[in-house]
Design a binder for this molecule. Structure first.
Ligand SMILES: *Cc1c(COP(=O)(O)O)cnc(C)c1O
Length: 485
């Protein structure tokens, strides 16, 4: 399996190890597999009997063909161990008539762990496979959850340094503390005066800066990324859609061939793109419902065919979805209209802040996708309703998806998989407020209060955070990011 860029027709073909090491393609595009592997009914039925790590090994081996089965198996076993996840890596909760795929049982209580527990191992292996002599310098722009998950995944990994930038007022206090207290000798955390898009643009600028590249090379490093633009992030996310379908078949909730609709709380479009790829590979998924918060640029795009970032940016109770540039949408464009048109759209987005697709293209996209936006009030009401009516406690991001899932009524009577992306404790103040409980000033008191109110167990990584020592306190302007390397 070889990889090509989303922006140049007939671009140079690269191995998976190379693209994982490299992150962005040289033309600024994202790497995509040349063709998608397909799964037959027989393949899927054999996956039904496997464990999560066996499924991961199998699916990853279709995409990462220059890694040995043994390497992938070892990486998957280390990444998704019971020690790290406290049980199955991606359990499903039945809530009313719907299924909630809980992707937050990893070490940082958010779904980014699903990719970032395994990607560092793949990157480490890639350095040897590509004969790389320099070490990797990972730059991450985060809206909160990626940063901590990347820090945790890369912490003290051989031949890697990691530096994380987060918007100073764009993440919760708990997320801040998680990052600021990160252990490890190869980590650096800096906050910036700006929003997530400023952080992301800043990182992209550094990646493109020849002087920065040279300065780093002199120190023995090359730039790499852990953002969801890296194929090494995306490939492991395909696994849990395959796995969820297999689990539901295995438990007799659906029969093989029944279409399963999926609703994904979406920001950068990485998670939902993984669902799309699983569907294109042959997993019988129905509609992919793209759920947005008040930053509803994707909903507008799916409904109108216009991607217009020239709009107000809102800070919401689901900060990991506060995004105006959904980078991974570029991969969907590539799969739908090809490289030439994708490059045109991306250039328009940079130069004019807007691009438009024709009706024919949008009809193709709307066969697979529907878009719904959820207001702050809807988010809170959904948390409260799910808890009081079904006894199920969910976080703010998951609530956005649950609300969208409810509004999208499948005409075909398909079952619905709602993707649950964070522990409710990661956003305890907003969850408490949604439940109508007074919110304590201190975030950590809020954790305790949420436990008293709901009796749902607190993940230990969050319970231990209160007394963790803060190691990183620096804040810089976006224009100064480059000087903090
Ligand atoms: C990152 C994140 C999302 C958005 O996922 P994308 O892949 O960026 O679309 C949703 N919920 C949570 C909790 C997240 O951390």
């Amino acid at each position: 399996m070889k990889y090509i860029s989303t922006r140049t027709p007939n671009s140079e073909k690269q191995t998976s190890a190379y693209v994982i090491k490299r992150g962005l393609a040289p033309d600024g595009g994202l790497y995509v597999p040349e063709t998608l592997p397909s799964l037959t009914q027989k393949d899927i039925e054999s996956l039904v009997d496997m464990s999560y790590t066996e499924r991961a090994t199998y699916i990853l081996s279709l995409f990462l063909t220059d890694y040995s089965e043994e390497e992938l198996k070892n990486a998957a076993e280390a990444a998704y161990s019971v020690e790290k996840f406290g049980g199955p890596a991606a359990p499903i909760a039945k809530v009313g008539d719907d299924y909630f795929l809980e992707l937050w049982h990893g070490p940082t209580s958010a779904f980014k762990d699903m990719a970032l527990q395994i990607m560092p191992r793949l990157l480490s292996l890639s350095l040897g496979k590509t004969g790389e002599e320099k070490d990797a310098y990972i730059l991450v722009a985060t809206s909160g959850d990626t940063g901590k998950a990347a820090l945790e995944g890369y912490c003290d990994v051989d031949r890697v340094r990691i530096q994380v930038f987060y918007p100073v007022n764009g993440v919760s206090n708990i997320q801040k503390k998680q990052m600021a207290s990160q252990k490890g000798n190869n980590v650096e955390v800096v906050s910036i005066n700006g929003n997530f898009d400023d952080a992301q643009s800043g990182v992209k600028k550094i990646f493109a800066d020849e002087n920065a590249k040279k300065m780093l090379a002199d120190k023995g490093y090359f730039f790499s990324s852990a953002n969801s633009i890296n194929w090494g992030r995306l490939a492991p996310q395909i696994v849990y859609y395959v796995s969820a379908y297999c689990d539901l078949v295995n438990e007799g909730e659906i029969k093989y061939g029944d279409l399963l609709d999926v609703t994904v709380p979406t920001g950068n479009f990485g998670n939902i793109l993984a669902a799309y790829i699983a569907k294109k590979m042959g997993i019988p998924l129905g509609k992919l419902v793209c759920a947005s918060n008040r930053n509803d640029i994707l909903t507008d795009f799916i409904n109108d065919g216009v991607y217009d970032r020239r709009r107000e940016f809102f800070t919401t109770v689901s900060p990991s979805m506060d995004i105006l540039i959904s980078s991974n949408l570029e991969r969907l464009l590539y799969f739908t209209v090809g490289a030439e048109k994708t490059r045109e759209c991306m250039e328009k987005l940079v130069n004019e802040g807007i691009y438009t697709l024709d009706d024919e293209t949008m009809d193709i996209i709307r066969k697979d996708f529907a878009g719904f936006a959820c207001s702050e009030e809807d988010t809170a009401k959904t948390i409260k309703d799910l808890f009081t009516e079904c006894g199920y406690l969910c976080d703010t991001h998951t609530a956005v998806a649950a609300s969208a899932a409810k509004r999208y009524k499948s005409e075909n009577g398909n079952k619905m998989l709602v993707v649950s992306t964070a522990s409710p404790y990661k956003f305890a103040p907003a969850v408490l407020s949604a439940l109508g409980v007074d919110v304590p000033d201190d975030d950590f008191d809020a954790l305790d209060k949420l436990f008293e109110t709901t009796k749902v167990a607190v993940p230990s990584n969050l319970a231990d955070l209160r007394n963790a020592e803060v190691r990183f306190t620096k804040t810089v302007e976006p224009s100064e990011m480059i000087n903090s390397l």
